[in-house]
Write a protein that binds this ligand. Structure first.
Ligand SMILES: Cc1cc2nc3c(=O)[nH]c(=O)nc-3n(C[C@H](O)[C@H](O)[C@H](O)COP(=O)(O)O)c2cc1C
Length: 374
């Protein structure tokens, strides 16, 4: 199962696990895959705490970190975080905030207890936070990979990451985006198809992966979107992917940090229960369909804003929903891909890896047998 990229990272299996949960990063790393921590929800101080915890628990295994620096965003270039936050807050129409409050009240989601802060919701979606995040990330020697979610990272950031010998990559949803990543000198690209969880484009994985692989060859491509078992992994490797980049399936592992209500909703959902919606982040993001996503689709409701304004406008729903997950489940943000339909039980991360590898080997052996190769 080795290839140039996995050998560079020193991992046993070419399985990359995107997660917001440090315990999953460690469990996947110890099982022979590569855990990638999503940094977007963390301030620089919080990120330092998470990375130090990973360093203390992962031993000599490598891991990665994913930042979210969109190629285009409102407030681009502003590096003073307080000033940027104030400017953006002023751009949010009052009607949006009122609509969010109405939805929360209709669903009887309690107010935050006195003294609990809401925060701005701006987080790492901009240069003012993503750049210091990268500086922090580079202080941790076991980080072998930095990925960017929403576009080609700027040249100075690419040079800074590569200078320390780490690999830098980025996600893409079209061959043209992949071409831009390659032209910027990235070390790998992640091709994420329509069925994937989180921000996702509109080309299905089986169509997208070979197009991207051809577009950027010989640059390694990790296949993402709709991979939840070893047969899907075998398909991706057979098409020429250098590995699989997975997200959804780590939401329902034993080590995941989701609330019991959220994990239940993932376990119960079928593959028809997701929708691509701009209602939480301002960009098309695949999540479970619920009263919240339906409400933003109605013709009489506000249009969604761009990134990061929509995220800031709906901050109250995120925070109150996070505080009272049982009450807010019908309007909660549950990003997940179509493989949610096969996420039917909670497993240990290590078991997920081993079952996936075994099933992948079985699939590839079946194919060899079909070809008469013993
Ligand atoms: C809950 C969730 C949050 C995600 N957040 C991010 C993110 O912050 N940055 C990023 O690069 N990708 C993010 N993604 C996308 C994953 O990196 C990955 O490409 C995707 O989950 C692959 O498709 P799959 O969900 O079918 O496995 C997220 C995915 C999920 C499910």
């Amino acid at each position: 199962m080795q290839n140039e990229l996995s050998e560079r990272f020193g991992i046993e299996f070419p399985i990359y696990a995107f997660t917001h949960c440090r315990d999953v990063v460690v469990a996947v790393g110890k099982a022979g895959g590569l855990g990638v921590l999503g940094a977007v929800g963390f301030s620089v101080e919080q990120l330092r705490i998470e990375l130090e915890w990973i360093d203390d628990h992962i031993g000599d295994k490598p891991y990665g970190v994913d930042i979210v620096l969109p190629a285009k965003y409102d407030g681009a270039g502003e590096m003073d975080l307080d000033k940027l936050t104030g400017q953006l807050q002023d751009m949010i129409p009052q009607g949006h905030r009122e609509f969010v409050r109405e939805l929360l009240d209709e669903h009887d989601v309690p107010e935050l207890p006195e003294g609990e802060e809401m925060g701005s919701g701006l987080m790492g979606w901009n240069a003012a936070t993503a750049v210091p995040q990268v500086e922090e990330i580079l202080r941790h020697p076991n980080v072998v990979l930095v990925a960017n979610a929403l576009g080609t990272p700027p040249p100075d950031l690419v040079a800074q990451i590569q200078a320390g010998g780490r690999a830098v990559g980025a996600l893409c949803g079209t061959p043209a985006q992949a071409g831009r990543h390659a032209a910027a000198g990235l070390d790998f690209v992640v091709a994420q198809g329509y069925e994937g969880g989180g921000h996702t484009g509109d080309i299905g994985s089986v169509v997208l992966w070979p197009q991207v692989i051809d577009e950027v060859a010989p640059l390694p491509v990790l296949a993402a979107g709709g991979i939840g078992n070893g047969r899907q992994m075998a398909a991706a490797l057979s098409m020429g992917a250098a590995g699989v980049w997975t997200g959804s399936m780590w939401l329902a592992v034993e080590e995941a940090a989701g609330s019991p209500a959220q994990i239940r909703s993932y376990l119960d959902a079928t593959s028809k229960d997701t929708v691509r919606s701009r209602s939480y982040t301002g960009k098309p993001c695949r999540m479970l369909r619920n009263d919240w996503t339906e409400a933003w689709e109605r013709p009489d409701t506000p249009d969604t804003l761009g990134m990061p304004l929509q995220m800031m406008a709906v901050r109250e729903a995120m925070v109150r929903g996070g505080r009272y997950p049982d009450k807010a489940q019908d309007i909660a943000f549950n990003p997940v891909g179509q493989i949610v339909g096969s996420m039917n039980k909670v497993r240990r991360s290590a078991d997920v890896i081993f079952e996936m590898v075994n099933e992948c080997i079985d699939s590839l052996e079946r194919t060899r047998h079909m070809l008469g190769i013993e």
